[in-house]
Design a binder for this molecule. Structure first.
Ligand SMILES: Nc1nc2c(c(=O)[nH]1)N[C@H]1C(S)=C(S)[C@@H](COP(=O)(O)O)O[C@H]1N2
Ligand SMILES: [Mo]
Length: 308
């Protein structure tokens, strides 16, 4: 049985050494690790999938930078806060995810059981923050589509809403009203089912660090970073477009789609260029963050200035 409630689980199932991140199993998944070790990654198939938006000059951001410069407002609004505080206080075992709404098989599943039936992939992808910086991160995860399909979404499921844990004792930033907690995000169902959309459980060959969204987070590489919601506890199939936390906080500044778009400026700054963490020069920002070949067709006929 794939779907079990947390109460059904024996203790060792929950505290299990995270079998899904077993190093040997990960290595068996393919040449991904060798590619990363060799340095700059080209268009090399990773577990049968070719991340062709990653060009030859895309080097992974150093692990130290990707784990010390984070947006995770549940642990404070400064970039250094999550890396300093989250690892010490954020307990993520046991952890379960509730999948509900317009689906035939809703349920609450331990994160290990959510991931175990699937093959882990490693993918080097770009993350472009709406603030004008970017990173290149080797994520480990499972395409979200395969996971969602197990819950059998119905034809009513037009959108998918995601919710972060709400627990101010473990996430002290939630004691302050910076956002309307818990953090909520959403995708249209076809975006959620797109093969580039990853549910990540690790990065840099290891379990996700707390500050990067342990134990599981979304990675939506063609959208601004805030769509990649961290530390997910609920996934809901819904008929109407969800109102995300950032839309609620500043509707003029953050739209639902938030596709990376150098031609649509943020009301307070340009989105034409970006700075890679670890570099000084600015790079031109690419439409859909460089993934236009794979995703532009999802938005055919839409005015992307209106649907920003
Ligand atoms: N729950 C939650 N998820 C979140 C955020 C947050 O504050 N809370 N910040 C977002 C933003 S703005 C970005 S740019 C990315 C950063 O991911 P990283 O820290 O792993 O680079 O996480 C996103 N996911
Ligand atoms: Mo961001």
């Amino acid at each position: 049985m794939l779907i079990r409630t947390a109460a059904d689980l024996a203790d060792h199932d929950v505290t299990d050494e995270r079998l899904y991140l077993d190093r040997r199993r990960f290595l068996a998944a393919g040449a991904a690790t060798a590619v990363l070790a060799a340095g700059p990654a080209g268009a090399v198939p990773v577990s049968g999938y070719t991340p062709n938006a990653v060009t030859l000059d895309d080097k992974p951001t150093p692990f130290e930078a990707a784990t010390a410069y984070n947006n995770f407002y549940e642990f404070g609004a400064d970039k250094e806060d999550p890396g300093k505080t989250a690892p010490g206080i954020f307990r993520t075992t046991p952890w379960s995810v509730t999948v509900e709404g317009a689906c035939a098989k809703p349920g609450t599943v331990a994160v290990e059981d959510l991931i175990k039936p699937h093959r882990l992939e490693e993918r080097l992808t770009r993350l472009r923050c709406v603030e004008g910086w970017s990173m290149v991160i080797p994520w480990i995860g499972v395409p979200l589509a395969g996971i969602l399909q197990r819950f059998e979404p119905t034809s009513q499921a037009k959108f998918v809403a995601f919710t972060t844990l709400y627990d101010p004792t473990r996430m002290p930033g939630q004691k302050r009203p910076i956002l309307d907690w818990p953090y909520v995000e959403g995708l249209r169902i076809d975006e959620a089912m797109h093969p580039l959309t990853l549910l990540a459980v690790g990065c840099y060959g290891r379990e996700l660090p707390a500050q990067n969204g342990a134990p599981l987070r979304l990675v939506v590489p063609w959208k601004y970073g805030f769509k990649s919601i961290k530390s997910i506890v609920a996934i809901s199939f819904v008929a109407d477009m969800p109102v995300s936390s950032w839309m609620k906080a500043a509707p003029r500044e953050y739209g639902f789609y938030s596709n990376v778009n150098p031609e649509v400026d943020h009301p307070r700054w340009s989105q034409a260029s970006e700075r890679r963490i670890g570099e000084f020069r600015r790079r031109q920002t690419l439409p859909f963050n460089g993934y236009a070949d794979q995703v532009a067709s999802l938005y055919q006929g839409m005015d992307l200035k209106k649907w920003f």
